[in-house]
Write a protein that binds this ligand. Sequence first.
Ligand SMILES: *Cc1c(COP(=O)(O)O)cnc(C)c1O
Length: 205
Amino acid sequence: MHDVELLAVSKGQSLEKMLEAIKAGQRSFGESYVQEALDKIERLSAFDVNWHFIGRIQSNKTRDIATHFDWVHSVARADIAQRLNQHRGQQQAPLNVCLQVNISEEASKSGVVLHDVLPLARLIVSLPHLKLRGLMAIPAQTDCVDQQLIAYKTLYDAQQLLIKQGFQLDTLSMGLSRDFKAAILAGSTMVRIGTRLFGPRVDAR
Ligand SMILES: *Cc1c(COP(=O)(O)O)cnc(C)c1O
């Protein structure tokens, strides 16, 4: 079995719970709301923690995201990629980026459709302050493990296609509390787990 990194999704979770996780050795945290995240980043600045932005990206928040995060998993538009690139500090290492794919092709879910993955990947690798690490998806919610596997296998195949085209990718960000087992079976290298780790969220927005 390959290595799978645990991204602790801490949106809507208290600082106390996050400190407990840090004490237990957890180093990577995922947040979806910029204001909540900036507050936590400041209050936990004494700790050596990696911050991953996994939420919807509004254009007016790209500066905050590019400056304060180490990773962004939810890049799905060319103009957003360009803004993140432009706002990433010149002294900072390139921002790690995953391209979010809408594998279930539902109107309500964000992400690019499979057809648009290649052109957006090409754009991202041309931007000097971004580093494309791989793909991410949030498939349609289902309890059917076969459906979960099909969805995640689709993302895995899309990643393999990019690798065949010469892209150097090492991250497949897939799997949350409800379906991480299927995601790992399908080749996930990073699972994003919130409630299964911390318990129910309070809406902190
Ligand atoms: C909230 C969230 C998660 C974690 O979901 P859980 O069901 O709490 O594990 C994972 N990925 C994304 C993009 C999220 O927004």
